[in-house]
Design a protein around this ligand. Structure first.
Ligand code: HEC
Ligand code: HEC
Length: 358
């Protein structure tokens, strides 16, 4: 009798155990990302987030899921200059790749205060200008779609409550986005797993160029994520993450087009004109077109842009970064640099079952 009671107690305790600790798919020795205390990672939340990420019911007119603009084969970016919302409204910006977002200090192309994925996600879900998924004004109708036989067990496993809520939806989506980590490229095999033959000789020469003082790429695209806008557990220093790369110079004083002035729009400070976040270069060969407005179609065009020290009048911009000095590359050196950028592609990430449409 006594024994049976103990068993029952254990069983009950077992049931109310939150969830087993989340296992990051990180290579040995890699630092874990920093996760907010009020939304710890769990397998159940990631599983729910994955289903939601691919579900078109999350847009009011049922035409668009997160995955419409963030497609796995393209490093969770989209092969389009700029994004198009669920009602056909054009977004002014290029869909960002979702690669190691969990490590990003700030989110989107240029926003110093958007630091939590939970906060950022409200934009595609609810914003009206530009309209992306268009839930605003239809909150209850959209939410009711998730009170279904398919979703109830998923919400229950994730939050111990089968009733869907936007709080739960956002937490689960953020957890899925955090789970999208990519550290399994040929470059990683070479740099962190001591596989000397993982990189071709050409890619090795390209790597040396990338990290050279002549090209300066690493000053803005440095660290484990090839983006200074990264942070992780145990990190001491945070480095400036927004830069003006001389893409535009409308007035001879470095002004960007009124349609998008980057960080300046948020801070109102002249020094922030045309400043954008240097994004990660992991899987960069897959996320064309490039830059915040998708205005450079290929990696070759990006290299020509850096070699010229900017574009058009932007080359003479008085406010572009001091690292945008320009340089000359031979045809072979350009191929080498391209080979290096291609070595940052992580095929496993781009095809992984756990990230795909469930
Ligand atoms: C209409 C296309 C579109 C849809 C739908 C969309 N996004 Fe995005 N996403 C974008 C664009 C464009 C940006 C860059 C926005 C900016 O810089 O202002 C972005 C940025 C992001 C970022 C920031 C990444 C970073 O590195 O800073 C995250 C995270 C994200 N989206 C996740 C999601 C999730 C989750 C959903 C579904 C709820 C979603 N997005 C729906 C187009 C879209
Ligand atoms: C001054 C800092 C800085 C330097 C130096 C720099 N970058 Fe960038 N990089 C950025 C910023 C900022 C962006 C985004 C600019 C924008 O969208 O307006 C960017 C964008 C890119 C992109 C497109 C990313 C995307 O997702 O669209 C690639 C590719 C790239 N850089 C490669 C390089 C290479 C290769 C070098 C060296 C030749 C280099 N960068 C040097 C800051 C820099």
């Amino acid at each position: 009798m006594r024994l049976a009671a103990t068993w029952l107690l254990l069983l009950l305790l077992g049931c109310s155990q939150p969830d087993k600790p989340y296992q990051w798919a990180l290579p040995q020795g890699f630092p874990e990302p920093i996760v907010p205390n009020d939304n710890p990672m769990s397998e159940a939340k990631v599983a729910l987030g994955r289903v939601l990420f691919y579900d078109r019911n999350l847009s009011f007119n049922k035409t668009q899921a997160c995955a419409s603009c963030h497609q796995q084969a393209f490093a969770f970016a989209q092969p389009a200059k700029v994004a198009t919302g669920s009602t056909g409204q054009l977004h002014r910006r290029n869909s960002l790749a979702l690669v190691n977002v969990a490590y990003n200090t700030t989110l989107t192309w240029a926003h110093p205060e958007l630091t939590r994925i939970e906060q950022q996600l409200l934009i595609p879900l609810f914003a009206e200008h530009p309209l992306e998924m268009g839930i605003s004004g239809h909150d209850q109708e959209v939410l009711a779609r998730f009170d279904s036989a398919d979703y109830r067990p998923l919400f229950n496993a994730a939050f111990g409550d089968e009733v869907p809520s936007y709080d739960g939806i956002v937490k689960a989506l953020a957890s899925f986005v955090r789970s999208l980590v990519s550290f399994d490229s040929a470059f990683d095999h070479y740099a962190y797993q001591m596989q000397d033959d993982a990189l071709s000789e050409s890619a090795k020469r390209g790597m040396a160029l990338f990290f050279s003082e002549q090209l300066e790429c690493h000053h803005c695209h440095g660290g484990i994520n090839f983006s200074q806008a990264s942070r992780h557990a145990g990190q001491l220093l945070q480095i400036r993450q927004f830069h003006n790369t001389g893409l535009y110079n409308e007035d001879g004083k470095g002004m960007y087009p009124a349609s998008d002035m980057g960080l300046y729009e948020i801070t109102g400070q002249g020094v922030d004109m045309g400043h954008f976040r240097a994004p990660t270069l992991r899987n960069i060969a897959r996320s064309a077109p490039y830059m915040h407005d998708g205005s450079l179609p290929t990696l070759e065009a990006v290299l020509d842009f850096y070699a010229a020290g900017g574009r058009g009048a932007g080359i003479d911009s008085p406010v572009k970064s001091v690292f945008m000095r320009g340089f000359t590359l031979s045809v072979e050196q350009k191929q080498d640099l391209l080979a290096f950028l291609h070595s940052l592609t992580d095929e496993n990430f781009l095809t992984k079952e756990e990230f795909a449409h469930p």
